[in-house]
Write a protein that binds this ligand. Structure first.
Ligand code: PXP
Length: 288
């Protein structure tokens, strides 16, 4: 069944996990600031996964980046993995030179990747954990206890004028550590939230939405820009897009799958629409 036509019960569970009580006294609620703009970064890694399956040039991730921008993407994200299983060095060169929106380079904190980042100077680098055997980026970066290792990479990227993001679990101690390391951005790993949605686990959903709400508010008040992503779909995007402290979502795999059926620009346009709609809903910050 396509994701866009999920069973009603899941949508209802998602809604009840995040919405205000029906009888909330809206007229007496404090005035909310206008919703902040929510950007959409499109991760094009899996266009390269399909291309690499046959070792040729088609489909081209750069062409996908152009189509994503046409559909409303504010930026393009690409993960250059150590094993080059999808995006290649040449892709990064072409993306950096040819796209008309900021490039967010996801990479592990290694000397090799740092050198590449400093050569291309993308708009931002998102430091992610990388394990060779994993299917995708499973879990956030281990920041706690690794501050000394991460600090020189963060400093070198920032010195080159690159914004530095850390891909982390929505965890308060990790957010404090990211702020202490002077990262510019934290990207909250929405994987567990999305798994709860796939499992139709209403309690898990409510818990994960709450974790993200609290983490996003804490990160913003620590002066960090807040992004989120991983596993987001048409069905799961609203509860995250609604959080007022989040200013960017990065989405890839689901949209590449949808693109098979309706084209990439149109898949991106629909996601953009769902995010914008979610942003109009009244949300109150949690007490920290
Ligand atoms: N953000 C980061 C840091 C990621 O590593 C990924 C996956 O590569 C995404 C967002 C996008 O996740 P997905 O492809 O599941 O939408």
């Amino acid at each position: 069944m396509p994701q866009s036509r999920a069973p009603k019960s899941l949508a209802e569970k998602l809604q009840s996990a995040v919405s205000l009580p029906q009888d909330a006294p809206r007229e007496t609620a404090p005035a909310m600031p206008p919703p902040r703009v929510l950007r959409l970064g499109i991760n094009i890694d899996h266009v390269a996964t399909v291309r690499n399956a046959r070792g040729g040039l088609h489909p081209d991730p750069l062409r996908a980046a152009h189509l994503a921008i046409e559909g409303g993407a504010d930026g393009i994200t690409a993960h250059l993995r150590e094993d080059r299983r999808h995006i290649s060095d040449a892709d990064i060169t072409r993306l950096k030179n040819e796209i008309t929106r900021p490039l967010n380079l996801e990479m592990a904190a290694t000397d090799e990747m740092l050198k590449i980042a400093l050569r291309h100077v993308p708009h931002a680098c998102c430091l992610v954990p990388e394990r060779r055997q994993e299917r995708t980026t499973e879990g956030g970066l281990a920041v706690l206890g690794n501050e000394k290792t991460l600090q020189p990479y963060i400093a070198a990227l920032k010195d080159a004028g690159i914004r530095v993001s850390l891909f982390i679990e929505p965890d308060l101690a990790t957010i404090d550590a990211a702020a202490d390391l002077a990262a510019d951005i934290v990207e909250l790993h929405t994987g567990r939230y999305c798994h709860a949605a796939l499992d139709h686990d209403a309690a898990g959903l409510a818990r994960e939405v709450q974790r993200h709400t609290i983490a996003a508010a804490a990160a913003a008040s620590a002066g960090l820009e807040v992004h989120a992503g991983h596993g987001l779909t048409y069905n799961t995007v609203a509860a995250i897009a609604r959080l007022p402290d989040i200013v960017e979502l990065n989405i890839g795999h689901f949209l590449m799958g949808e693109a098979i059926f309706c084209g990439l620009s149109s898949a991106v346009r629909r996601m953009r629409h769902l995010m914008d709609d979610a942003r109009t809903v009244d949300v109150r910050r949690p007490a920290l």
